[in-house]
Design a protein. Sequence first.
Length: 119
Amino acid sequence: MDCKLYDSEIRVMNVLWREGEVTAKHISDVLKDQVGWNMNTTYTLIKRCIAKGAIERREPNFLCRALIPREAVQEAETNELIGKLYDGAPAKLFAALLGKKALTAEQIEKLKSIVEEWE
């Protein structure tokens, strides 16, 4: 993914990733319930995502669908976080998580199995 999505745009994308192709009105209704946004705010964010190539709009009814997968955004956001806060070192992120005991034993085991798959 070569474009940066902001938190508000990711909220729009989350609706599409969760529900698939839906109308802009549906996205607006969901985000009104979740965060209290009005229709104009949501439509502006949808249009920004369209301009960035993250959403495709089709007629009739202003149907929207995600053009980029959630995983691509997660990877880009994770890489940005690691670069910004952990000097580009993923190990520092893991150390920070493990050092704060923020993870359960089950989550730690899951991380171990992920690391083993990479080896």
